[in-house]
Design a protein around this ligand. Structure first.
Ligand code: FES
Ligand code: FES
Length: 150
């Protein structure tokens, strides 16, 4: 199977039903994407496929054939993506384990045109944070909306 990973072509010769997360972490050594629940419930494994957020622990590789996959490592070369900057300004992470998935989920929603209403983002982001940083996540999203309005 061939796909584009963070802008570079990748070939994977394993089973087509291999979860994308396994290919990213084990085959490609991109460990920024985390394993949490393995059943699509927590969102720690969120990456983008053609710009849409997907939970890679439950996403078979056959579905990425010929498509563009972006992980937290490919979101920006230097943590300069607006969502990353808002996260840094609001000091969102605690242990950090869930945060790459959170950032990928939020960045996919914020890339939509037109931008969805702010309350819709809070509803759509169903990722789980065991450290309960939800208040700071909301502050960071709110900051992004304020910046969009400037
Ligand atoms: S590890 Fe994929 S949703 Fe939890
Ligand atoms: S910051 Fe620890 S799980 Fe979210």
């Amino acid at each position: 199977m061939k796909f584009i990973l963070n802008g570079k072509p990748v070939t994977f010769d394993g089973e087509p039903d291999t979860p994308l997360l396994w290919v990213l972490r084990e085959d490609q050594q991109l460990t920024g994407t985390k394993f949490g629940c393995g059943i699509g419930a927590c969102g720690a494994c969120t990456v983008h496929v053609d710009g849409e957020a997907v939970r890679s622990c439950c996403y078979p590789l056959l579905l990425v054939e010929g498509r563009h996959v972006t992980t937290i490592e490919g979101l920006s070369p230097d943590r300069s993506h607006p969502v990353q900057k808002a996260w840094i300004k609001e000091e969102v992470p605690q242990c950090g384990y869930c945060q790459s998935g959170m950032i990928m989920a939020v960045s996919a929603v914020m890339a939509r045109k037109p931008l969805p209403p702010e309350p819709q983002v809070y509803k759509e982001i169903t990722n789980i944070c065991r450290c309960a940083t939800y208040h700071r996540i909301r502050l960071a999203i709110h900051r992004l909306y304020q910046e969009q309005g400037e």
